[in-house]
Ligand binder design. Structure first.
Ligand code: SF4
Length: 68
C-alpha cells in the first residue's frame, strides 16, 4: 500500500484549545506554549489512522486534510 501524504491545516480562529488532536495524534499536533490553541509539528505528513481520527473528533471541525 502506498503512503498517502496530506497537508494539515488548523483554523486557529475556531480552535477552542481542547487538546483532543494533540492527545490522539501527538506526532502531528501539539498545544501552543500558552495551551490555548493547537499547532502543527509538521504541515505535510503521512496520513494515518490517528490523524484521521483527530480530524474527525475535533469538536470545532477546524482540522482540514488536503492531499499534497
Ligand atoms: S481538537 Fe480541534 S478544537 Fe481541539 S485543540 Fe485540536 S484543533 Fe483545537
Amino acid at each position: 500500500m502506498t503512503t498517502q501524504y496530506v497537508y494539515v491545516n488548523i483554523d486557529t480562529y475556531r480552535c477552542n484549545g481542547c487538546g483532543t488532536c494533540a492527545a490522539l495524534c501527538p506526532a502531528v499536533f501539539r498545544m501552543g506554549e500558552d495551551g490555548e490553541k493547537a499547532e502543527l509539528i509538521d504541515g505535510c505528513v503521512a496520513l494515518s489512522e490517528e490523524l484521521e481520527k483527530a480530524a474527525s473528533m475535533c469538536p470545532e471541525k477546524c482540522i482540514e486534510l488536503e492531499a499534497c
